[in-house]
Design a protein around this ligand. Structure first.
Ligand SMILES: [Cu+2]
Length: 356
């Protein structure tokens, strides 16, 4: 079978070139531009994040190269071999080409092996945990708030940060860390699965009840003074969207002063979350002896007061209110017995409610 040679207008190459140029422009427009709005990952703020970003750059460059090669060849073939007036025969058909088959087997295999090796290497560097990190933080993710406990070298708690997100107005809140120092975070959850996620770290780790997950990071010294926004990244219930956190990068000297301030604040006030409070409500006939229960709550943090029975079943789930404000909750009449009232945001805020 043979085909007659045809004229190949120069415009074929021009059209193919234009299509490839449009594809390249699209890739650049969507991924590589648009400060902050780009689909491309942001610049990493941590040493580990830079490792991940380096890996991403390599994978992305390879993917773009393959995309342009494959799409370019498709576009070129479509234009070059399109049907023209007078074409009645198939062009010469190629069956079995050892060189082509070896190339398209060996090249992708080599690429996949290369990606496997560099991913493995990055993973082991990013997951590395040192025996003696510079800073230890125990992060507790409970429905629906983060809490950061600062630990000393022995793992003993020295201060607790209850306001997990940085407040731009007051400058309070957030998890402060010193730049250039290794920070080891242990993650625990008293209730459901949450996830620690800070986009500028290019890192996410699940917080699983009954299992302590651990990771380590070092913020790059050039990031001192930056505040990185983070969020729970695992749908954990109705208050999930409110589980925000911030990581504040400070110079080591500023960090020491910040931690000292937090320690003094922790020591100055009694344990800020009331626990074990006992409220007695007596029902006489059809009346309770107490019309109002006052539960102290630290300001600036969201709370509610829910009630569960001795078996753990939740009898009343109330809407949350902002700390420092007050509200009245009404509850359905309860059988005599002992109940637990609790804040659904803070698992350690509980008390006993006795109905006689
Ligand atoms: Cu969540």
């Amino acid at each position: 079978m043979s085909s007659t040679p045809r004229k190949r207008p120069a415009s074929d190459a021009l059209v193919a070139g234009a299509v490839v140029a449009i594809l390249v422009a699209l890739v650049v427009a969507v991924f590589l531009t648009g400060a902050g709005n780009s689909l491309y990952p942001p610049a990493a703020a941590t040493t580990q994040g830079r490792d991940i970003r380096g890996l991403y750059d390599i994978v992305f460059a390879l993917a773009i190269g393959i995309f342009l090669l494959v799409e370019g060849l498709i576009v070129w073939s479509v234009i070059r071999y399109r049907r023209r007036p007078g074409d009645i025969e198939l062009p010469a058909q190629t069956h079995g080409n050892n060189v082509a088959e070896i190339v398209w087997t060996v090249v992708p295999t080599a690429i996949v092996l290369f990606l496997f090796v560099i991913s493995w290497q990055s993973l082991s560097r990013v997951d590395a945990i040192s025996a003696k990190p510079d800073i230890r933080i125990h992060a507790i993710a409970g429905q629906f708030q983060w809490q950061f406990e600062y630990l000393d070298a022995n793992g003993t708690k020295v201060a607790t940060q209850l306001a997990p997100a940085y407040d731009t107005n007051t400058g309070a809140g957030g998890m402060a860390v010193p730049v250039g120092r290794s920070v080891q975070v242990t993650l625990d959850s008293p209730d459901v699965i949450h996830a620690f996620y800070v986009p500028r770290f290019l890192f996410k780790r699940d917080v699983v009840p009954g299992q302590t997950n651990r990771f380590e990071f070092t913020v790059e010294p050039s990031e001192a003074g930056q505040v990185f926004r983070g969020q729970c990244a695992e749908l954990c219930g109705i208050g999930h969207r409110a589980m925000l956190l911030s990581v504040i990068a400070l110079t080591p000297a500023d960090y020491d002063a910040w931690l000292q301030g937090l320690i003094e604040k922790s020591n100055a006030t009694p344990e800020p979350l009331p626990s074990g409070t006992v409220l007695n409500v007596t029902a006489e006939g059809v009346k309770f002896d107490t019309a109002a229960l006052e539960v102290p709550a630290p300001p600036g943090i969201t709370h509610d007061v829910d009630i569960r029975d001795g078996g753990g079943a939740v009898l009343a789930a109330k809407d949350t209110i902002d700390g420092g404000t007050s509200t009245n909750y009404s509850y359905e009449p309860m059988q005599a017995g002992t109940y637990t009232f609790f804040c659904s945001i803070h698992s350690n805020m509980t008390g006993t409610l006795t109905v006689k």
